[in-house]
Design a protein around this ligand. Sequence first.
Ligand SMILES: Cc1cc2nc3c(=O)[nH]c(=O)nc-3n(C[C@H](O)[C@H](O)[C@H](O)COP(=O)(O)O)c2cc1C
Length: 385
Amino acid sequence: MARVLLGVTGGIAAYKACELCRLLVRARHDVVPLLTPGAERFVTAQTFRALARRPAAEDVYLHLTRADLLVVAPLTANTLAKFAHGIADNVLTEAALAHRGPMLVAPAMNPRMWSHPATRTNVEALRARGVELVGPDEGETAEGELGVGRMAEPGEIFERAQELLGGKSVLKGKSVLVSAGGTREPIDAVRFVGNRSSGRMGVALAAEAARRGARVTLLGANLAVAHPAGVEVVETPSAADLEREALARGADADVVVMAAAVADYRPAGALTGKRPKDRATWTVELEPTTDVLALLGATRTEGTVLVGFAADRGETGLERARAKLRDKGADLFVFNDVARTDIGFDAADNEITLLGADGERTIAKAPKEEIAAAVLDEVEGLLGR
Ligand SMILES: Cc1cc2nc3c(=O)[nH]c(=O)nc-3n(C[C@H](O)[C@H](O)[C@H](O)COP(=O)(O)O)c2cc1C
């Protein structure tokens, strides 16, 4: 988790900063909104306090808050000029002078204001000081003029902010192997035995690790969700595929997160063709598959952090997860209770218990992206040891 100062200035695009604030909070950053009086003509400080989950009464020295990153979106021509000249006449411009560390700004203004020589000179002054600009983009402005001046999209600003903050993550440059989805074990050429995993949790973990600067390989077993950006995806539809790829790649990875629901049993002697329909009963015999996690645990390289997932039911399921942590040689186990319908399999949210050598910790129900960040915070702690 990092602390981010979010500056908002007085332009129409100020409403878009609400979305940026939400994305930063969702990524578990401590966001400190700093609105200029000009911004408050467009949006309220209360909206941002609510989004950032901050108390109403702030410190009188708010402008001196130490932070890992200062993001200003939108940045008006006026505040841009103030930054260029070191003027400190409101909480944001004061904070910008006091801030030490990366600064990311998303200018937004009328195209004629953006191309004015005064603005050009001010932009160059900021760039020379290492301030990073995202946008502005070309397009139609709110007042209906065409040209360069539109604020970059909140998602793009967020991605860049995450990259800049990635410099602080222990995962930066590390190689991370994540498995996601549910394997399908063929009965014949067209039928299979499968499970309800969508791959959402594993994909969220892969995306979060990539955001933190890791080199991520995702072993995808029949993913029902889109592939995350910046991640190498290797298709592993069956337990045998996943076993082969996990063993081939696991030894070289710094972190292995086995989030996929790998079949425990597969049909013995799957038919190569399609069995035609007839009236006879079809008995399928199931044989156990390899326990990939236990094998990874037994053969792992020194220093690798190994994370297992246990989707089980209720208190007895949690007991079984505790036993798995002991028996499988993993550093961390993530238990989620699949007896509940609002979390876990194919749901957008999850609620987990993290089990490690140091004890147990429950992460309250939250979107899987936030849960992924909590799991990786724990992994970072283990890597840092
Ligand atoms: C409707 C309206 C929209 C505005 N949009 C912008 C804008 O997108 N970019 C900009 O630089 N200034 C814009 N301005 C002008 C700024 O609000 C003005 O320069 C103000 O002093 C900026 O204050 P601040 O930089 O302290 O927030 C707009 C003004 C109005 C009335």
